[in-house]
Design a protein around this ligand. Structure first.
Ligand code: PXP
Length: 247
């Protein structure tokens, strides 16, 4: 069974589009609430909740993350930049997982994953601090041999393979090659003892192929589920994705 981590960032994007600075007295009018959505996701098949607390706080806010920590009963996966400030925040919050993702240009590989090879020392220090606190560290990387090897070498227990290049190529000739890269990456990562997650750009169509990747443990999916919810309702959107992942 492949697990589903539901990314609720886009719920917060919608809220922030209208309500940025609202006094506490007016909070009852503010919607949609990402925490309420997370609870609905859990009731309808999510195995975990994923949020990205960006340094610019463009969608999810710190208060959302603290409320999630308190209210959800599955697992909290915090996506964050590999910085001292975010590491300090994670050590206070104690999510179940932290997925380190790139935010600034310098941290990004050509495909868009975290450059673990180029930022080896910085990433390793962050992974070590998280792991010492009992927080499982995951690295959001391209399905690239060197990035996977470096992730395993620094002792990260999990990687999340970036499916964005594959998703973007889905309707073009590069799709087969991108899928092959993902497949090889999953095999390599598993062989090195890493738990293999994947995410970015997964939708109700490409899931039919993504789900056939070997050794998949969990998929993190946001945009397609939140988009489909406009028509089917959120619970049904989660249920349907889970069913397509595990037919
Ligand atoms: N995994 C990671 C590391 C992400 O940063 C994101 C959001 O960009 C996702 C998964 C979910 O991507 P999507 O919203 O395209 O499903």
């Amino acid at each position: 069974m492949i697990l589903l981590g539901v990314n609720i960032d886009h719920c917060a994007t919608l809220r922030q589009a209208r309500y940025r600075a609202v006094p506490a007295s007016a909070e009852a009018a503010v919607e949609p609430d990402p925490v309420a959505l997370a609870l609905l996701a859990e009731q309808t098949g999510a195995d975990g909740i994923t949020v990205h607390l960006r340094e610019d706080r463009r969608h999810i806010q710190e208060r959302d993350v603290w409320r999630l920590r308190e209210k959800i009963s599955t697992r909290l996966n915090l996506e964050m930049a590999c910085t001292p400030a975010m590491t300090e925040f994670a050590l206070r919050l104690r999510p179940d997982f932290v997925c380190l993702v790139p935010e600034s240009r310098e941290e990004v590989t050509t495909e868009g994953g975290l450059d673990v090879v180029g930022g080896r020392e910085r990433v390793a220090a962050c992974v070590a601090a998280l792991q010492a606190a009992g927080i499982k560290a995951s690295l959001f990387i391209d399905p690239d041999e060197a990035q996977i090897a470096a992730s395993a070498a620094m002792g990260a227990p999990l990687v999340e393979l970036h499916t964005g290049a594959y998703a973007n190529a889905y309707h073009g000739p590069a799709r087969v090659a991108e899928f092959q890269r993902l497949r090889q990456g999953a095999v390599q990562a598993h062989g090195l003892g890493l738990t293999v997650n994947a995410g970015h750009g997964i939708n109700y169509v490409n899931i039919a192929e993504v789900r056939t990747l070997p050794h998949l443990h969990e998929l993190n999916i946001g945009h397609s589920i939140v988009s489909r919810a406009l028509f089917s309702g959120f619970g049904e959107a989660v249920r349907e994705m889970k069913a397509r992942m595990n037919p």
